[in-house]
Design a protein around this ligand. Structure first.
Ligand SMILES: Nc1nc2c(c(=O)[nH]1)N[C@H]1C(S)=C(S)[C@@H](COP(=O)(O)O)O[C@H]1N2
Ligand SMILES: [Mo]
Length: 174
């Protein structure tokens, strides 16, 4: 059985329960319209949208969902860095995601599949800032999914490094 068969009431109930405990409470259950240029779209098995079947987010909307930091070394940077942004869990709650996997898509046809079970286990972050500065598109930004590689040794392998999608522009919930 997949969560997809949950009734709409059950999905909204679950969303409200989780949102009550976190910063997403301000607009759990509805999505405002972006007022700035959207930087991320979420599609697929989601409950809350603001543009047809898609949920589009500008930076202030993402930041309103909450904030988390991951300080970690990565194989592609010379020193540990601090990533800061929205917990992926908060983003998935905000759209009422009901799937099992997310496909994170980036330019140049890069995409990577992340099981949603990673979210509870590792609390990955859709980071917007690196060492306190917003990441620019030419700097692997504006959105970069990061895992806490330093906290969990089992993450230090290619299967997880490839899920650290930089320049992610779309998340499709499947
Ligand atoms: N957008 C995007 N994200 C990506 C990749 C990519 O090619 N494009 N490569 C992945 C892989 S396989 C790794 S190991 C890390 C680091 O890739 P890099 O060494 O090319 O920076 O980013 C991951 N995220
Ligand atoms: Mo890689």
């Amino acid at each position: 059985m997949t969560v997809r068969v949950l009734s709409r009431r059950a999905i909204i109930g679950a969303t409200a329960a989780v949102a009550a405990a976190g910063p997403a409470r301000a607009w759990a259950g509805t999505l405002p319209q972006p007022t700035e240029v959207p930087i991320l779209s979420v599609s697929g098995q989601i409950t809350f949208t603001n543009d047809g079947a898609v949920a589009r987010f500008d930076r202030p909307m993402l930041e309103a969902l909450g904030s988390a930091r991951i300080r970690t070394a990565t194989p592609w940077q010379e020193r540990p860095m601090e990533f800061e942004g929205v917990p992926l869990a908060a983003l998935l709650r905000a759209v009422g995601a009901t799937g099992r996997n997310i496909q994170a898509l980036a330019p140049h046809d890069y995409s990577s599949e992340l099981p949603i079970s990673d979210v509870a286990r590792y609390d990955p972050v859709l980071s917007l800032k690196l060492d306190g500065r917003y990441m620019e598109p030419g700097d692997k930004g504006p959105c970069f999914i990061i895992y806490p590689f330093d906290r969990f040794p089992e993450l230090r392998r290619n299967a997880y490094y490839s899920r650290a999608v930089w320049m992610v522009s779309r998340i499709d919930v499947t």
